[in-house]
Write a protein that binds this ligand. Structure first.
Ligand code: BES
Ligand code: ZN
Length: 968
């Protein structure tokens, strides 16, 4: 950082000194406060409400249901913030006595009173306020020349609803501005939320980073604030930090100055005021990181990471793709990047994949750092798409923000759709846009076909508590959101979609919206285009947004009759949720008839006669071209047979996405008992000739279900034989194609399919594959300093070798894992360590997952899931989490996606009555502790288990027979 022309006002220095003195006093108080807070329960008692009653002679005390404003999770509408001045000082060394890491801070917020009130509620969680001489936790003054502010009568913390509550002696006057000031201390814990601490070792020295994760409701853990997305304000941030460290926040730094506070030499960095923004997008970071930078049409673009990672050039790829992606979105949104800078930083400890803080995006290391010696093409693609996703939010989400969390699906669904467009622009040769079909549509079809699914849209009043908000970050919001927006953009045409989008962003810049505001702008674009479709955007989209699930479209090519019904994976499941549309959708149908694309159709009722779809003289019908529609398709048997015939003779006549879709539809229709399971299996026979990744991956994903159901039964042998037979030609193809595994396939998708070929060939027992892989791994073990295994192949090679090996291989890999400073390499090893077949190694590994010096907290749940994916590890992992649920829950409960993934992961193999019983018992036993963001996942697991039990009983015989016959 430069050191010239810095200016620091006297007041900043003084504030800092006060802060320092306060800190010492509060360090000790801090641990006391925590133990007190924990004992306070739901019925938070205020000094004034006197609602506690003692019932009878027993010691039980109950609290009358109280309806005070501080018992409600939503802020009252009386006060609106305008701007904040926040100074924070994180300590990167622990207090010598308490051993706690802390931060101190002070904050003033200027707000306007819009409704007369005697009460100030401002969010605050786990902060300890320094009390003033009058015993209050804050001070209040009038801004400008109104009457003096009323005195604060009492102040306390409402723990459950996370407020600092201030009761006033008089009223706040409508339209008057006030200023509220506080001084406080918090713990800089390693809990991955709010202002938290990340640790890593560099040059044998443990280093600490202070960083933040505010979304959705943890800004209140860093400083008192009106922590709702519609409470946009301007933030003036100052960070105090140690010499030799740098401080970052949303705005550009205006200067850093040396200062002495509490006799300690420190740096004070002041940031430019932010634009008007939501609290959940704030970020504060202190580290000794390095960075690389470029400027792009006046916008400063920087990538920050550990010094070692920057020195190894691991930030270059991110820097290279950021420019093109930013430019892409400026064009797509027809709106220039709203901020003067764009920082992106890779953090050693980070719970999600990445977070779109405005101007300072935070990432896990694996999501931002690329090293061609270690990273696979899949790692590289993840980096491009996650950067694209977060940059997309800089406009959609940050510049224009949904008013409340119930509309989160539009924010995350939108970014999850357009991330493909941005990544495709940066890497046009990869065809990444096709992958939305596997990663989002197929992924979410699996949960949205359950009776326990839920609609995209939630009611505002149904989403109140922080856990309810966290639960919204699920596959429905992300992947269904992305899928229906892609369908919408497709039937409107991308050009019209962009016009509507850009006028939406223009109208609501720096403001808040509800999802229908976007529909309004799209409708306007449609109307102005002069070619309105037959129904309006609201009508069409309501059927996709307001009811759960999706339709199964059945086309009878002998009659031309097309029908729809709610698709349920388990046909016996009972849907209790009522739908405003009776589970009917307005469905755009893109289709082709015998190689020729036809005019799209709309299905607007339960059943329609579409005479064009009637086949009189041969040929075939294929609907949902390129899977742009969010639905499945079934046909009459004759058409299925003709499609199977095309697959086996000229599979390239069908678009490759549709080859994947036919497989996925067939397998799922079979599970729903719409078609025989054997017909689904028949769609895999042509794979002998298939070389493309997407259809192969779709087949393997679907066959995975067969593995889950049958790999503990006698079906396994014949199934392995069949698949080995199917994959052998693909294995041979890549062997030739890569001159005996000495080169890398040219195409991105081919590189993926090479991995599939090796992993399936090895796991189904193709000897040539197993020897190849064993030799590669052995060569590495012989000479640990040189790992010649091609990065793309490392995950599968490590896994196969560890599965085939014993303790020696495992311990070698574990040693490598502990030693590496390359996050992407650690990730590959961490997954592969779960592949061993030795129960004792797996049990020991499970223990390691809860030791944060071994497995970082951010990785604990995913490691347990890896272990559960292994047929040997699954029962061990299930016992493990049942045994420690309350510990795991309290220690790792903050994880956003992680809890539903954990529940799904350990239960996905469940298919016996006994397992169902265990699962129901588990739900009962932990009703009190709860399942947090995994609550819905428990219901889904129960539903899935029931369906699996039935499926096995009905399908085991025929499936076994088919595999036996087809493996010959
Ligand atoms: N806003 C989210 C990050 C987030 C998720 C914060 C859950 C709080 C709770 C971010 O934009 C995001 O969606 N990140 C994804 C990556 C994306 C490519 C799907 C993630 O973290 O996995
Ligand atoms: Zn997102």
């Amino acid at each position: 950082m430069g050191a010239k022309g810095f200016f620091i006002s006297k007041s900043v220095g003084v504030v800092g000194i006060v802060l320092g003195a306060g800190a010492v006093a509060t360090i000790i108080a801090l641990s006391v406060v925590y133990s007190q807070e924990k004992t306070k329960t739901d019925g938070q008692v205020s000094p004034t409400d006197g609602a506690v009653t003692t019932t009878g002679p027993a010691v039980t005390t109950t609290t009358a249901p109280s309806n005070e404003p501080w018992d409600k999770y939503r802020l009252p509408k009386s006060l609106v913030p305008d701007n904040y001045r926040v100074t924070l000082w994180p300590r990167l060394t622990p207090d010598p006595i308490t051993k706690l890491y802390i931060f101190t801070g002070n904050s003033t917020v200027i707000f306007k009173c819009v409704e007369e009130t005697q009460l100030i509620l401002i969010h605050s969680n786990k902060l300890n306020f320094t009390e003033l001489e009058n015993g209050q936790k804050a001070s209040l003054t009038t801004v400008g020349n109104g009457a003096p502010a009323p005195a604060i009568k009492s102040s306390w913390l409402a723990v459950k609803t996370q407020y600092l509550v201030l009761q006033l002696a008089g009223v706040l006057v409508k339209d008057q501005q006030y200023m509220l000031s506080t001084t406080f201390t918090g713990e800089l814990a390693d809990d991955l939320g709010g202002f938290y601490r990340s640790e890593y070792v560099e040059n044998n020295e443990t280093k600490i980073v202070a960083t933040t994760q505010m979304q959705p409701t943890d800004a209140r853990k860093a400083f008192p604030c009106f922590d709702e997305p519609a409470m946009k304000a301007i933030f003036h941030i100052t960070l105090i930090h140690d010499l030799g460290t740098i401080a970052l926040s949303n705005g550009n730094e205006t200067g850093t100055s040396n200062n002495v506070i509490d006799g300690k030499q420190v740096l004070v960095t002041v940031f430019e005021p932010t634009k008007k923004m939501s609290t959940y997008l704030l970020a504060f970071i202190v580290s000794d990181f390095d960075f690389i930078k470029t400027t792009l049409d006046g916008v400063l673009v920087r990538i920050f990471a550990r010094k070692e990672a920057i020195a190894a050039k691991q930030g270059e790829y991110a820097l290279n793709v950021t420019g093109p992606i930013l430019k892409f979105f400026e064009k797509y949104y027809n709106s220039s990047y709203p901020l003067p800078k764009s920082d992106q930083i890779a953090l050693p400890d980070f719970n999600a994949g990445a977070m779109e803080n405005w101007g300072l995006i935070t990432y896990r290391e694996t999501a931002l750092l690329y090293d061609s010696k270690y990273s696979s093409n899949s790692n590289k693609e993840r980096i491009a798409s996650i950067i694209s996703h977060e940059l997309a939010h800089m406009w959609f989400g940050n510049l224009v923000t949904l008013r409340w969390w119930n509309d989160l699906w539009l924010n995350e669904g939108f970014a999850s759709y357009v991330e493909y467009l941005g990544a495709d622009h940066a890497e046009p040769g990869w065809n990444v846009k096709d992958l939305i079909v596997l990663s989002d549509i197929h992924r979410v079809f699996a949960v949205d076909a359950l009776a326990s699914s839920h609609p995209l849209s939630s009611k505002e009043e149904d989403i109140q508590r922080p856990e309810q908000i966290s639960e919204l970050f699920d596959a429905i919001s992300y992947s269904k959101g992305a899928s229906v927006l892609r369908m919408l953009s497709d039937f409107l045409t991308e050009d019209l979609f962009k016009v509507g989008l850009s006028s939406y962003l223009k109208e609501f810049a720096y403001g808040n919206t509800v999802y229908t505001d976007l529909w309004d702008h799209l409708q306007r674009a449609v109307n102005n285009s002069g070619s309105p479709p037959l129904r309006n955007v609201h009508d069409i989209m309501n059927t996709w947004v307001l009811q759960m699930g999706f339709p199964l479209i059945t086309i009878n090519t002998t009659t031309g009759i097309v029908t729809q019904k709610h698709f349920l994976l388990d046909p016996d499941s009972i849907v209790t949720a009522v739908s405003p549309f009776n589970y009917e959708w307005i469905v755009p149908i893109k289709w082709m008839k015998t190689n020729i694309i036809q005019n799209p159709k709309w299905l607007q009722s339960k059943s329609e006669n579409m005479t064009e779809m009637k086949l009189s003289e041969g040929g075939w019908v294929l609907a949902n071209v390129n899977t742009v529609g969010y639905y499945r398709v079934n046909y009459d048997r004759g058409n299925w047979d003709r499609l199977l015939a095309v697959l086996s003779t000229n599979h390239q006549d069908l678009p490759r996405i549709n080859r994947a879709q036919l497989i996925d539809d067939a397998f799922n229709l079979a599970r729903a008992k719409e078609i025989p399971t054997i017909l689904a299996l028949e769609t895999t026979k042509y794979l002998q000739k298939e070389r493309e990744y997407i259809p192969w991956e779709s087949a393997l994903d679907n066959l995975d279900f067969f593995y889950l159901m049958f790999d503990r039964s006698e079906v396994l042998g014949p199934m392995q034989d069949y698949l080995r037979k199917q994959v052998t030609p693909l294995f041979g193809h890549f062997k030739t194609n890569t001159s005996d595994w000495t080169t890398i396939p040219a195409g991105h998708m081919d590189q993926y399919n090479q991995v599939n070929a090796i992993s399936k060939a090895c796991s189904t027992g193709l000897e040539e594959c197993q020897t190849l892989v064993k030799d590669w791994f052995a060569a590495w073990m012989n000479d640990p300093g040189v790992n010649k295994i091609e990065p793309n192949l490392r995950s599968t090679v490590y896994c196969s070798a560890i599965a085939a090996g014993g303790a020696e291989e495992w311990n070698f890999a574990w040693g490598q894992f502990l030693n590496t400073t390359i996050a992407t390499e650690a990730e590959k090893l961490r997954a592969a360590l779960a592949c061993t077949k030795e129960p004792w190694l797996l049990n020991r590994y499970l223990e390691y997952t809860l030791k944060s010096t071994f497995i970082r907290k951010q990785d604990a749940t995913s490691t347990i899931v890896y272990i559960a994916s292994n047929v040997v590890g699954q029962p061990l992992a299930w016992d493990f989490i049942r045994d420690r649920w309350s510990y795991i829950f309290t220690q790792y409960g903050g994880g956003s996606f992680s809890f539903s993934n954990l529940i799904n992961g350990v239960t996905k193999r469940f298919s016996t009555k006994f397992e169902l019983q265990q699962l129901e018992q588990f739900k009962k036993d932990n009703a009190e502790v709860g399942f947090g963001s995994g609550t819905l996942a428990v219901e889904q697991a129960i539903e899935r288990t029931k369906a699996n039990i039935k499926w096995i009983s009905e399908n085991k015989e025929p499936v076994l027979n088919w595999f036996v016959a087809e493996s010959k």
